[in-house]
Design a binder for this molecule. Structure first.
Ligand SMILES: [Zn+2]
Length: 255
């Protein structure tokens, strides 16, 4: 039993060991090109949450990893959608329950690009005694992304495929030579330059944007790249959990 993982630990342990920090990973259930499982984002939340909490626990952090939320906002994909307001309500209830149990430092570990969670932090600020932190882990390594991966991507591309190859290789569809059974993840342009260049944004209807739901070329992925990604995330984020756990909540927190 990993004592820092709520789904595995028990009440006897929890009664004796108070937690300071809760980590709530947020995933999604949706297609990922032709070759990755529907649960990709949820598995990423589990894997990265476990790596971070294990490392932080080892360094003395009183941290607990909550079960990953398997549904996210994917109203533009028409698959298992949670409206942004529904997801916000679920997070609010969970945060309230944590605060009632004395856990007042909560980290939202977001695994799904369709989840726009900053408004949740703004809405709950001042209405709960808990302090919320948001980490979109797929943005944490933006400055060193090119040291690991060949091409920038978005959904079901090189980064996500590498992660699933590293931790759930049996769930990646490949032919007998190890070639991914995926298309190239090319995306369509809209008819407006301002939208294509990012000056104006829309919520992208995924069935018009992509061929098979992939947005990003997955073919340069490898298990080694997936492991490097997680190691670098641990380097950058486990120390934050340790600091957060040790920090006293006072009037000027977090400054
Ligand atoms: Zn994904």
């Amino acid at each position: 039993m990993r004592p820092w993982k709520l789904a595995e630990t028990n009440y006897a342990y929890v009664k004796e060991h108070a937690f300071e920090v809760a980590v709530l990973p947020l995933g999604a259930t949706e297609p990922h090109n032709l070759h990755l499982p529907y649960g990709t984002d949820t598995m990423e939340g589990d894997t990265i949450g476990e790596a971070l909490c294990a490392a932080a626990h080892e360094r003395g952090a009183k941290v607990v990893l909550l079960p990953t939320m398997p549904y996210g906002t994917e109203t533009n994909q028409m698959a298992f959608p949670l409206a942004p307001s529904t997801l916000a309500a679920v997070i609010r209830d969970l945060v309230e329950s944590l605060a009632q149990h004395g856990i007042r430092k909560v980290v939202l570990l977001n695994s799904h690009g369709g989840n726009d969670l900053k408004p949740v932090l703004r809405e709950l600020y001042g209405r709960t005694s808990a302090h919320l932190f948001l980490c979109n882990w797929y943005r944490v390594l933006a400055d060193v992304y090119g040291e690991i991966f060949e091409r920038p991507d978005d959904h079901a591309g090189e980064m996500e495929t590498s992660l699933i190859l590293a931790y759930f290789p049996h769930l990646v569809a490949q032919d007998e030579h190890g070639k991914l059974l995926a298309d190239d993840g090319a995306i369509a342009d809209t008819r407006f330059e301002a939208v294509n260049r990012g000056w104006v944004s829309i919520t992208r209807p995924w069935h018009l944007l992509t061929t098979n739901s992939g947005a990003g070329n997955p073919h340069a992925a490898s298990a080694d790249k997936g492991r490097q990604l997680v190691a670098r995330l641990v380097e950058r984020l486990a120390g934050f959990l340790v600091e957060l756990s040790a920090t006293k909540l006072d009037e000027r927190f977090p400054f």
